[in-house]
Every structure is written in structure tokens, then in C-alpha cells.
Write a protein of this length. Structure first.
Length: 438
């Protein structure tokens, strides 16, 4: 071990323990409009962002421009005879705060179809990467490879008036949304299907065309993609991917730079990567216990997971204090199309068993499942079993919300984000002063 690392360990580990004890003893002390706990809690619950597209209520769940997920499934336009909403319609709603007509959705589809051609250099760049490069890494690189075409970057370089920043932002956003399914599908086919690529079908809607390019031309899978890309689109502005888009964009980085940064955040195990972690955890349980574990066996495995200092993936949420409505939407879909699927039934059994166990620990504020607890099982049912790709699907969907918000950020002229940070020494002195004057 090098001397630098050795000295760092000698300083960092004791200080970490000291800070944890300090926060435990002084967490509720108010230092103005914030407490010591606020400083150490990842800003959870502190209102400091403006996001127009959606709002997450702890007890009611997500609302997109005021509409719940069941309402969106009812009110958003569908393909003729279809049962699930078209994601293009959700983008329209988030951008304009009004429900679209089917004709409005067709207009978006036509516009995005015109914009959808991906520059060849993007595919060339992706093809230089080792095939074992994580799909999310490839996705971020593919987005960055398009950055040289940014309309905003060129307009800013040429001297655009700041009141017009929203316009080239809008152009970049629509170009990105039009091309992301093609890039994601290309990554999937090169990584898992021997680079046997499938040409797009512009006559299909955005979600169905994505499913087609992936290689899943089943009508039911089209329906799943429409639902999946709708319910994963936004979750207000404080989650990592949404916040990152806003933060990087606040520096007037163009939408390509902002969204690529967002996807690097989404790739984290505590954010979008969780959906593949759920499937891995269930498979590990099945390998240890058996293919169809009983509820009591599931309970034992959950307790074992917790005793090892690990989390049960797919359970808990920073804001929600109830079952995620996105979980329930997927459960309803599964009850319609795959009620006898073995993995899906395990997911449902976990849903019955896990919350009481997690609640009994006394350490978990939300013992209920989030969106990730169910999504992987649905994808596996249709044969999409490459877990590492699941987060890319999430990313394509999340683009709808965070990029709609980015257009609004520029239209409203929101400033660069720059919260104040303090040192541990500052906190100690502030707490000591507060106690002395009490």
C-alpha cells in the first residue's frame, strides 16, 4: 500500500466515525432555515428546484401535470384499438400542460420520423468499443457522439439572445428523442445479437418502432413498451437523472451534454440500475432455494439479505410512502397478459411478504415496492433477458421527462445551480455557537 493511501485511511476512517456521531447527536439543531441533518441527508425533501412536468406526492404517488398514471392510461391517445398510452402524447402533455389529441400525437411522430436518422459517426464510435462494455456506457457515449450536431451549441457560439435559448434547446431535444431508440436498439443488437441490426419502420409509433428495432415484433410487447416508456418518463426534478439534467443544463451545457450526464447518474445501483439488480437478487434466491420458493422461504431469504447488511432491491423510495403506482400499473398489465408466469408470481409473492418484514426493522421509512420491483419480470416474459440492457430502456423513457423540463428551464431563464456547501469544521463551530447562545 502506498504511503498516500495509508495516510488517507488513517485520517478518513476516524473522521468518518466522528462525523456520524456528530450528526447523530446534533442532527436536529437548526442553523437558520436548515438543520445539521439536512446537510448530511443528501438534501432529501428540501425544496430547491422548480420542475413543471411532474410532481411526486409521498402518499398519492406521481402526477404528470396533475394526472395520475391510471388517468394517463385512460386519457392519453392510443393507437386505434390499443390499450396503452402513446409516450409521444405524454411528452406533449409535459411540455404544454394540456392533453393531446390523436392528431397531435401523429404530428409528433411525423416530426420525429424526419429527425430520426442517426449520423454514421455515432455507429462507428460505438463499434470501436469492446462488446463487453456496459450498455449504459455505450448509451452515454452514443449520445455524446452526436454532440457535434448540437443546434444550441452552435447558436450560443454564434451569439444568440438568452431569451431565445429555449428554441435551439427544443431542436436538440426533439433530435435526441427521435434518435435515442435507434441508438439504444443498435447497442442491443451489437452487444447481444451479433450486430444483426434491424432497420426502423417509420410508419410505427415511437415505442413500437423501438420494440421492432430491438427484434421484438409481438403486439403484446408493443403494448408493454408503450406502457413502460410512459410510466418511467419522469419522477419530478429531484431524482438523480432529472436533477443532473437540470444541473448540467443550468451551466448552459447543450442537451447532449446534459442528457449524457443524466444517463451516467441513471446507471448507478441506487437509481436506474436497480431494475436489473432486482432480477439478479431473485435469481440468486431461486438458485439457493429453488425455482418456485414459497412465501415462507422468500421471507427467510429477505431476512438473510438484511442480516448480511444488504438491501432488498426494488423496495423503498426517497419520497414515496406507499406502493409505487408504476408498480401497480405493471402488475395490472401482468395480470392481463401473463398471470401464470412463474417469475411474475414470485414478484407478487415478494410484494406480499417483504413490506411487513422491512417495516419491522424500524429503519426503513418506505417498505413498499417501487417501479423497479416489477419491470424486469415483464421484460423477461417476452424473452428480453439481458439484464444489463434494462437501464437503457429506462433511459430512453426518462429522456421524455427530463428533456421536456430542460426546454422549460431555458424558456423560464432559470439560473445556474449553485448551492452553498460548508465544511465539517464550519458545522462544529456553528453548532457550538448555537448551544452557547441557547
Amino acid at each position: 500500500m502506498g504511503q498516500l493511501k495509508k495516510k488517507f485511511i488513517e485520517k478518513a476512517l476516524p473522521l468518518s466515525a466522528e462525523i456520524k456521531q456528530f450528526a447523530k447527536e446534533n442532527g436536529n439543531i437548526a442553523l437558520g432555515s436548515f438543520t445539521v441533518d439536512d446537510v448530511y441527508a443528501g438534501q432529501k425533501g428540501i425544496i430547491g428546484l422548480l420542475t413543471e412536468t411532474s410532481l411526486l406526492d409521498p402518499s398519492e404517488g406521481i402526477r404528470f401535470r396533475g394526472y395520475t398514471i391510471p388517468e394517463l392510461r385512460e386519457k392519453l391517445p392510443k393507437v386505434p384499438g390499443g390499450t396503452e398510452p402513446l409516450p409521444e402524447g405524454l411528452f406533449y402533455l409535459m411540455l404544454l400542460n394540456e392533453l393531446p389529441t390523436y392528431e397531435d400525437v401523429l404530428d409528433i411522430q411525423e416530426d420525429w420520423s424526419i429527425r430520426a436518422e442517426v449520423p454514421k459517426n455515432v455507429f462507428d464510435t460505438l463499434d470501436t468499443l469492446p462488446l463487453n462494455t456496459h450498455p449504459m456506457t455505450q448509451f452515454s457515449i452514443g449520445i455524446m457522439a452526436m454532440q457535434n450536431e448540437s443546434v444550441f451549441a452552435k447558436a450560443y457560439h454564434d451569439g444568440i439572445n438568452k431569451k431565445d435559448y429555449w428554441d435551439p434547446t427544443y431542436e436538440d431535444v426533439c433530435n435526441l428523442l427521435a434518435r435515442l431508440p435507434r441508438i439504444a436498439a443498435y447497442i442491443y443488437r451489437r452487444t447481444y445479437k451479433k450486430s444483426e441490426h434491424i432497420a426502423p419502420k417509420p410508419e410505427l409509433d415511437w415505442a413500437a418502432n423501438f420494440a421492432h428495432m430491438l427484434g421484438y415484433d409481438q403486439p403484446e410487447f408493443y403494448k408493454l413498451m408503450r406502457l413502460y416508456l410512459t410510466i418511467h418518463a419522469d419522477h419530478e426534478g429531484g431524482n438523480v437523472s432529472a436533477h443532473t439534467t437540470h444541473l448540467v443544463g443550468s451551466a448552459l451545457s447543450d442537451p447532449y451534454l446534459s442528457f449524457a450526464a443524466s444517463m451516467n447518474g441513471l446507471a448507478g445501483p441506487l437509481h436506474g440500475l436497480a431494475n436489473q439488480e432486482v432480477v439478479r437478487w431473485i435469481n440468486e434466491m431461486r438458485e439457493e432455494i429453488g425455482k418456485a420458493p414459497s412465501k415462507s422461504q422468500i421471507a427467510d431469504y429477505i431476512n438473510k439479505t438484511l442480516s448480511e447488511g444488504k438491501v432488498v432491491p426494488g423496495y423503498g423510495h426517497a419520497v414515496l410512502r406507499k406502493t409505487d403506482p408504476r408498480f401497480l400499473a405493471q402488475q395490472e398489465f401482468a395480470k392481463t397478459y401473463m398471470p401464470d408466469d412463474e417469475l411474475v408470481n414470485i414478484v407478487w409473492n415478494i410484494y406480499e411478504v417483504a413490506p411487513p418484514i422491512l417495516e419491522q426493522t424500524g429503519k426503513i421509512k418506505n417498505p413498499w415496492p417501487n417501479v423497479d420491483a416489477h419491470s424486469g419480470a415483464l421484460l423477461l416474459h417476452y424473452g428480453l433477458n439481458e439484464y444489463d440492457f434494462f437501464t437503457v430502456l429506462f433511459g430512453v423513457s426518462r429522456a421524455l421527462g427530463v428533456l421536456a423540463s430542460l426546454i422549460w428551464d431555458r424558456a423560464l431563464g432559470l439560473p445556474i445551480e449553485r448551492p452553498k456547501s460548508v465544511t465539517y469544521e464550519w458545522l462544529k463551530n456553528a453548532v457550538a455557537s448555537k448551544k452557547a447562545n441557547a
